[in-house]
Ligand binder design. Structure first.
Ligand code: ATP
Ligand code: MG
Length: 334
């Protein structure tokens, strides 16, 4: 199928802000936004467009697993080839939790050999229901994606915004705790050493727990650096021209700035033509959302791309690709 000049131009618009800072290593692209704004659809578009010239994996962390239906994927947790250079995988968080729990049992046994198998299993069983465990499991999964060798880009269709913020906040929180735990462990080791000396006993100088804490601290520092580095991670905020999605985009901008990184691209989806917006009485709302968005983005030198509302909501890949013809760049001067 011959593609229109319009589509080719649209693709350029989408690719440029995401590839500006090339690193040669796989780059993660997080697609963030309020429920229903079009995250899954736009993640598919981004993955498709990038796969024209690079190798791409699309990963959906969406708990409703809509990607399965959208891309006619049979099962979660398996990679499927969608087209040349474009693979996709739907994550099932329950399955991730199961796998991580098994790893925790072996970790607990290795650092605390005195703990019996039965109680290690119990600890993990209760951990699974702890608030925050789901976010931890997602974070580990994301962390592994940074070391994927097979792709240039990994596009991530994110879970609800609140969960995404909590996942991205975890490394900083952990680093704080690792520092405290390392201090505490060093005090324990010093005390043990003093007691052993006064009793005239030899003590093993290396401590496996302290070594493990240092290793974890290094791993999370490197993860945080990757998440902050625009050559390793891009953040795309998706919204529709309505006040609540705009509010979430503002929150995302602020959240990323607090994290010492920045948004790479804003996509305003399902924009209505002037006539349609007027006929359903939302023209003023749409105008004010656009004006506010432009002010936010232009000040920060962030590109905004608009995608018009299509009368037929896309449900399959080929229908989603039709949206490329409805894609335009919003300039700061217009
Ligand atoms: N530009 C568009 N025009 C018309 N319909 C669209 C457009 N973009 C997305 N849609 C439709 O909007 C609905 C929501 O899109 P999508 O599932 O991509 O959003 P989402 O943000 O991933 O939602 P969720 O939060 O449920 O995961 C879908 O029915 C999709 O077909
Ligand atoms: Mg979705």
């Amino acid at each position: 199928m011959e593609e229109s000049g319009e589509t080719a131009l649209s693709k350029e618009l989408l690719v440029d802000p995401l590839t500006r800072e090339k690193s040669g290593e796989s780059k993660l692209i997080f697609v963030i936004g309020k429920g229903g704004v079009g995250k899954t659809t736009i993640s598919i578009l981004i993955a498709h467009v990038l796969s024209e010239s690079r190798k791409v994996l699309l990963v959906s962390l969406d708990q409703a697993m809509h990607l399965l239906e959208y891309l006619s994927i049979e099962k979660p947790m398996k990679k499927y080839t969608i087209k040349e250079n474009f693979e996709a995988m739907q994550v099932d968080v329950r399955e991730l939790i199961k796998r991580e729990s098994r790893d925790y049992v072996s970790l607990l046994k290795s650092v605390m050999p005195g703990l019996s198998i039965v109680s290690a299993d119990n600890v993990v069983e209760s951990l699974k229901h702890n608030p925050g465990f789901e976010e931890e499991v997602y974070l580990r999964f994301i962390s592994n994606l940074f070391s994927e060798q097979d792709y240039d880009f990994i596009v991530i269709d994110t879970p609800p915004t609140g969960v995404t913020y909590r996942i991205l906040k975890l490394p900083r929180l952990y680093l704080f705790w690792f520092d405290e735990l390392i201090k505490l462990r060093k005090r324990i080791i010093n005390l043990r050493y003093t007691i052993a000396r006064t009793m005239g006993k030899e003590i093993e100088p290396s401590d496996p727990v302290l070594m493990r804490l240092h290793k974890l601290k290094d791993e999370y520092s490197s993860l945080l650096n990757h998440l902050r580095d625009p050559s390793r991670t891009s953040y795309v905020s998706v919204l529709t021209p309505e006040p609540l999605p705009l509010f979430e985009t503002k929150n995302t901008i602020k959240f990323l700035e607090d994290m010492k990184t920045k948004i790479s691209l804003i996509i305003i989806n399902r924009l209505l033509s002037k006539e349609s917006a007027e006929s359903i009485g939302v023209l003023d709302t749409q105008k004010s959302v656009l004006a506010e968005l432009k002010e936010l983005a232009c000040k920060r030198n962030v590109s905004i791309i608009s995608i018009m509302h299509h009368t037929v909501p896309p449900r399959k890949l080929d229908e989603a690709l039709k949206l490329l013809e409805l894609l335009e760049k919003i300039t700061c001067t217009s």
